[in-house]
Design a protein around this ligand. Sequence first.
Ligand code: ATP
Length: 441
Amino acid sequence: MSLAKRRGFVFQSSEIYGGLGSVWDYGPLGVELKKNIKERWWRSMVHERHDIEGLDAAILMHPKVWEASGHVSGFTDPLVDCKQCKNRFRADDPRIKGTPGQPDAQCPVCGSKGTLTAPRQFNLMFKTFMGPVEDQAAVIYMRPETAQGIYVNYLNVQQSSRQKIPFGIAQVGKAFRNEITPGNFIFRTREFEQMEMQFFVKPGSETEWFEFWRTERMNWVKGLGIREEKLRWHQHGPDELAHYAKDAYDIQYEFPFGWNEFEGIHNRTDFDLSNHQKHAGKKLEYLDPKTNEKFLPYVVETSAGADRTTLVVLCDAYREEEVRGEEAAEGGEQRVVLKLKPSLAPLKAAVFPLVNKEGMPELAHRIHDDLRRHFNVFFDDGGSIGRRYRRQDEAGTPYGVTIDGQSTQDQTVTVRDRDTLKQDRVATGKLVEYLTQKLAG
Ligand code: ATP
């Protein structure tokens, strides 16, 4: 967390006012990292597939959507209040001793006995009002998931893009949940982004597609460069399944605070479409052009959090290690380095004039201007070269381009590799080609 702040990945929201609980802002490097992850997802889910279309539905939706989806009645956590200290807890908070609502129950904060109320359901959706009158009829919700925007549009998308079942719709966008036990940095936040894809299939083929998407998604996650021993599957037991799901698997990562999910693959059956059909009073059946058969599709969903995936990538890349050899002071030196996959790194290269004289800064600026037409590149002429390397190690910048005395003579520069610390001498005219090759994948 301290590196994330120091290097400009993530800041606390409204920090000068003391922060806002579990809401975070992405700084200059964080916005690039998260964008690279979202773009990689979009490329693999939409551009590289003929059977998935993109969508960007609005955050605000007709309030009946959330009645149909089950979120008004079912998207709740049971909570208890302490009448003494006014704190609120999840009913299953392990710190609570005794049974809430009974005289034996003890408040985990103030220690009073018999002051905890019986559990009451608390809805996780944020409410607001639409229009000038703040009454019950004007209540609308901030979407708690992006999926519903896809369901209510599925026939629009299918017909306008002339897709045939099986096909999918993908969307990246904000979702909001008034989480009661938020925390762990950007792991659980009240405002977050989801990368969701709903795949519409013929009933009876959903198990096959479920397995297909489980394999695809795990491969994609591995493609982010995450260490495989830090990844595992977790199948939901009957008590964990969401109100809409028949079967669900999470992809979990071993975070510093334990194994936790960051993506879910869900078999949602026709739960959502059949409920929308009922509540909206509109037929949502698909007409198979070959067989003339009409049916309501089943849905296999892949649902990933963009922020949680960013946290996975950051945690997995973070290393503290000993540097030896030329770059280190006598006897070795500690460094913090983000070993991000180069294609995900916010900055692809940094340009360093070794000293601020003898024509080096001018040449460095020319190289920087040339490179930044192709990549996101940083220029740094402040402090010793060792200090500049360390700053870029912490930013996860994979390549350091140093302009030295030889550069002004023969138009070559050194390119330092963040992970191996090896240096190549490269002709300035070949630099774009050299980096393009290294950054692929
Ligand atoms: P959890 O059990 O952790 O609350 P969930 O099972 O409710 O998550 P889903 O509804 O399946 O999560 O949402 C899919 C994905 O959206 C999650 O895997 C996660 O990456 C992301 N996500 C859900 N809630 C949050 C949140 N409060 N903050 C950040 N990301 C979230």
